[in-house]
Write a protein that binds this ligand. Structure first.
Ligand code: IVH
Length: 716
């Protein structure tokens, strides 16, 4: 199934005229087509700004290919049909955020909001009816930025990037008039990362587009794209001409406390000369939250800028600090998203995509349609059961919906408009790859049949291999710039890269391959890819583990494993021991891994399966020869529990169990659910039973909740 855009991207070379026998009108048509496609490619790949629908684009390429088939001597080496490789976006330098930039969990209805509040109360050990004062703010639909001020002077600005590392956009940000170069007043901390959203207002967006249209320039699809495109200009002079705005709403690293509540903090940001959103408000009760939501929804169209929901933040900063975050989302805030936008269009086809883990996902190819400012031409149908339940057929008119950045979905079929000849969709029984491996229906843990159909080919299946490679190079894994989906598809198809280790040997092999001499490649572009690969030869343990792509091992789990085992040697030893043990007698390594808080049998079984396969192990070992894996970050040795394994048991009276665990983790301890000889400390509250006894018999240090709090206090 061809992706909507073929694995094709351009190294922009100068077109040279070539003698041809084709008649003049054909030559003219050909030159026009080439020019249009190249423009569309530049818009799509370089400026994140498609100027035509996927269907129109595909149509143009079909015409180009047909012309070239009829007149082979027309084909020039720099024709879009021959070119490969995206011109890498010339880099902005990386910036390490002082404190990670988090993203928000979503709530979609009142019940989700209720659940958010209940979790906050549980974590803080509050009464189920306790008031949790919150501040609500509109969720601005722009792009977040972190601005570092030192002694009140703006010294650096960065994009969010992957949350840990962003891109340096200082020069561009200096052109945004809402953003002060120097903070007003004097009571700012010596060093502070002020965070907020860069956006473009509706009027400014309309004017910008009208001007662009009149001048034959680039027209943006929506204000968010316009803002993002403007910030990512390499020439700050261009950014300066773009009407960008900024709202400050949060902060990262700070050298000293500057407020006690979210409300005070907003007032402080404003007093330092930052624009803050005037529509923020304090809400003490759920009814006021609902009111705030309905109110903002009602006024959405009059605000003058795009918003996509309401952000709810716990007002007390002390509570925010205690709540901390889980994975990439704070426990103290949630985004209550606006209802999804819906539209109707036609299903042109249903394709099957095979994912990294072999799951077959049906995708509806749609007549392109604009939903909330974005052109949608594909929507997920999730799985075979969903297609059957909704009875989606090729040719059907369907209702689709798009909520924020979630993949568009097919909601329902408009039965009244079903074509007479539409037939039920037959879900394939074989993988669409050349091996035609049988598809198996997943069994859930309870033994019942799950909804997912999987290709049973594992690493033999070329789709799964390719998806593994994409995952490997992706942002949260090895993060190799310039080695995106398109490039990997191409390298894979040419057999240049078949497994991760090959990525790192590519440069050496290129002496023979000479990729730069292939049609469409250039010396510089190939150099850039090799440099990007070389830059990632040293990799953090957590990224390495995540990059391996075992099922159920997401980046959060990978971080837990890295923190627990510290080095790849330790972890690999445990993995081998687990995988080699007989199924009847789980190894000690397995018991130990299972004792890590938040790691359950599903993760352990997946890892065992992965490392039980000799070919996976061999591939990992080949990879290890190529890269250098950094041990997990040295633990804060100032903390008395750093690196220790702590178990909590019995009732805690001042802290909820969740908060106690989160505290221990912040201090560099590992939290385990069971006592063993590896346990360093047992924190036992009233009612503790067998764990207390086991700890006593093993001579493990045991303290009560007060003892724990004193210990934590000592750590500061
Ligand atoms: S607070 C730790 N407040 O929404 C929480 N975010 O998925 C940090 N956003 O990346 C975010 N308006 O780009 C916050 N008033 C607001 C916001 C807001 C928009 C964006 C921001 C963030 C994303 C969260």
């Amino acid at each position: 199934m061809p992706p909507a855009r073929l694995p094709m991207f351009c190294w922009w070379g100068m077109m040279t005229d070539k003698p041809t026998s084709a008649p003049a009108n054909i030559r003219k048509q050909y030159a026009q087509l080439v020019a249009i496609i190249r423009q569309a490619d530049a818009a799509y790949y370089q400026h994140d700004h498609p100027t035509m629908t996927d269907a129109e684009y595909d149509g143009l390429r079909q015409r180009l290919l047909a012309l070239e088939a009829d007149h082979p001597d027309l084909v020039r080496p720099d024709s879009p049909s021959q070119t490969v490789g995206a011109k890498p976006a010339a880099a902005f330098s990386p910036v390490q955020h002082g404190v990670p930039m988090l993203s928000l969990d979503n709530a979609f209805d009142e019940q989700d909001v209720e659940e958010f509040l209940a979790k906050v109360r549980r974590f803080l050990g509050l009464d189920p009816e306790a008031v949790v004062a919150c501040v609500t703010e509109p969720k601005i639909d722009g792009l977040s930025a972190s601005l570092r001020y030192r002694q009140g002077q703006l010294v650096q600005a960065a994009t969010r990037g992957d949350g840990r590392t962003g891109e340096d956009i200082t020069a561009n940000v200096r052109t945004i008039t809402d953003i002060p170069q120097t903070l007003a007043g004097e009571d700012w901390p010596d060093e502070i990362e002020i965070r907020g959203e860069i956006y473009m207002g509706h009027d400014d967006f309309a004017t910008l587009n009208a001007r662009a249209e009149a001048e034959g320039g680039k027209v943006f699809a929506n204000p968010r794209n316009a803002a993002a495109g403007s910030v990512r200009q390499l020439d700050p002079k261009i950014t300066a001409q773009r009407p960008l705005r900024f709202f400050a709403y949060s902060w990262g690293e700070v050298s000293g406390a500057f407020a006690d509540t979210q409300l005070d903090a907003i007032a402080q940001l404003a007093s330092w000369g930052h624009a803050v959103n005037p529509r923020h408000q304090l809400c003490e009760y759920k009814a006021s939250l609902i009111n705030a939501y309905q109110n903002i929804l009602k006024h959405r169209a009059d605000l003058g800028y795009d918003i996509d929901g309401l952000v709810i933040k716990v007002n007390s900063l002390d509570w925010q600090r205690r709540l901390g975050h889980v994975g990439r989302s704070p426990r103290w805030a949630v985004a209550w998203k606006f209802p999804a936008e819906q539209a109707q269009t036609r299903v042109l086809d249903i394709d099957i995509q095979v994912g990294r883990t072999g799951a077959l996902t049906p995708v509806a190819r749609l007549q392109p349609i604009t939903v909330g400012g974005v052109v949608v031409s594909n929507a997920t149908l999730h799985n075979a059961d969903e297609i059957e339940r909704k009875d989606v057929r090729i040719g059907d008119q369907v209702v689709i919906q798009r909520a924020g950045d979630v993949i568009p979905q097919v909601v329902s079929v408009v039965m009244a408009e079903r074509p007479a000849d539409a037939v039920p969709y037959g879900f394939p029984q074989q993988c669409p790859c050349d091996l035609k491996t049988p598809v198996v229906r997943e069994q859930t843990a309870g033994g019942t049949e799950g909804a997912v159909r999987r290709c049973s080919g594992e690493m033999r299946c070329p789709f799964q291999r390719l998806e593994h490679l994409k995952h490997f190079a992706s942002r949260r894994a090895f993060d190799i710039e310039g080695l995106g989906a398109k490039q990997l598809e191409l390298f894979f198809e040419n057999d240049w890269v078949k497994e991760p280790a090959d990525i790192f040997t590519l440069e050496a092999r290129n002496r023979d391959l000479k990729i730069e001499t292939r049609e469409g490649f250039g010396v510089q572009s190939v150099r850039n890819v090799f440099d990007a690969i070389a830059a990632r030869k040293t990799i953090d343990l957590d990224r390495f583990v995540y990059a391996l792509g075992a099922r159920h091992v997401g980046d959060g789990t990978a971080r837990l494993l890295a923190r627990t085992y510290q080095s790849w040697d330790n972890l690999y030893k445990a993995l081998l021991e687990m995988s080699n043990a007989s199924p009847e007698a789980p190894s000690e390594a397995e018991t130990e891994m299972l004792s890590i808080d938040q790691i359950g049998q599903t993760v352990v079984d997946s890892l065992k399966g992965y490392f039980a396969s000799a070919s996976s192990r061999a591939a990992v070992e080949r990879l290890c020869e190529q890269v250098s894996i950094q041990d997990a970050e040295a633990i804060d040795t100032a903390s008395p529990v750093a690196g220790k394994t702590v178990v909590f048991t019995g009732k805690l009276e001042q802290l909820s169990r969740d908060e106690a665990k989160a505290m221990a983790e912040r201090l560099g301890a590992k939290v385990s659910g069971s006592v063993s000889k590896k346990t360093d400390l047992l924190v036992a509250g009233p009612g503790a039973g067998s764990k207390l006894k086991t700890a006593a018999s093993l001579g493990i240090e045991t303290i009560d909740e007060d003892g724990w709090l004193a210990l934590v206090q000592q750590a500061g």
